[in-house]
Ligand binder design. Structure first.
Ligand SMILES: [Zn+2]
Length: 284
């Protein structure tokens, strides 16, 4: 075993899949699938340096305030991200380079899976459903208790109770609601439908509005699979760096505890790895 592995979180599932992606440097470079000009390998490398600064400053600030525990956790994360390099990837979600690699591997695998599924779904089209459980929110400090596995299990149960049996490829995302000072988890889910309006009505039963103007369940048409990188981005890091630098260290600590593969919610599909690539196969 390589010594650097001791620095990794020990996720109970997906260990093999996780390692395969990190050892495939293709995902850390350019080429297909393209993530957009804000998310090139060079931008990710730059962003990692920016985060090192943010984590280092936050660690010193919390130490000065007498919170050594939080200070040490931030310092450890800073060191982990600092040590990330080819063949010794940190594999941590807050690492812009590693999270981009996971995002690209997921998108590449899903493009193949969706094209294959399409062949047997005549008259149906791929749509992206955005669903928000408006009553589930986290303050920056509450993120310490975030359990993404529970959150995703709740979604799967709710969809199953709602009578959904179709294949779905979903991913959780945490947006920062500046006016409320809260992080709002929500999901982007790719699925097939022959009736977009009916599907949206069914999803609204699971994701009700709390106030006028809320749009907690929206199903959008997709003309290509170009929405997949957006679906699998995990957090909107560009916006967070712009408007929530203060709360960002808490989010980074919370993300560090999560397995990048567990951000996904798969219905009637399972994920595996082969030759450094992800494969999504139907469960029959
Ligand atoms: Zn990394």
């Amino acid at each position: 075993m390589n010594g650097h592995r001791s620095n990794r979180p020990s996720f109970k599932t997906h260990v093999h899949v996780h390692e395969e992606i990190l050892l495939n440097e293709y995902w850390f470079g350019g080429g297909r699938p393209v993530m957009g000009k804000q998310f090139t390998a060079a931008k990710a490398a730059e962003r990692r340096i920016t985060l090192l600064g943010i984590l280092g400053r936050a660690a010193r600030r919390h130490r000065k305030l007498g919170d050594d525990r939080l200070g040490s956790r931030l310092e450890l994360l800073n060191q982990k991200l600092k040590a990330c390099r080819p063949q010794h990837r940190c594999g941590s979600l807050p690492c812009p380079e590693c999270s981009r690699a996971f995002q690209r591997a997921k998108v590449a695998g899903q493009i193949i899976a969706i094209r294959r599924l399409k062949g047997t779904r005549v008259g149906k089209r791929v749509v992206m459903a955005n669903v928000i459980p408006l009553w589930m929110t986290y303050s920056p400090e509450q993120l310490t208790h975030l359990d993404v596995r529970n959150l995703n299990r709740w979604l799967k149960d709710a969809l199953t109770r709602g009578g959904f049996k179709r294949v779905m490829l979903g991913s959780v995302d945490f947006s920062w609601e500046a006016d409320r000072g809260l992080y709002q988890p929500h999901w982007h889910i790719a699925m097939f439908t022959s009736n977009r309006e009916a599907l949206q009505r069914r999803l609204k039963l699971i994701f009700p509005s709390l106030a006028r103007g809320d749009r907690p369940a929206v199903v959008s048409k997709s003309y290509s699979l170009g929405f997949l990188p957006y679906k699998d981005k995990a957090v909107k890091i560009v916006e967070l760096l712009r408007n929530n630098r203060r709360g960002l260290p808490y989010l980074l600590l919370a993300l560090d505890r999560l397995d990048p593969l567990e951000l996904m919610v798969l219905m009637r599909l399972r994920v595996s790895a082969q030759n450094g690539e992800l494969q999504f196969k139907p469960i029959r």
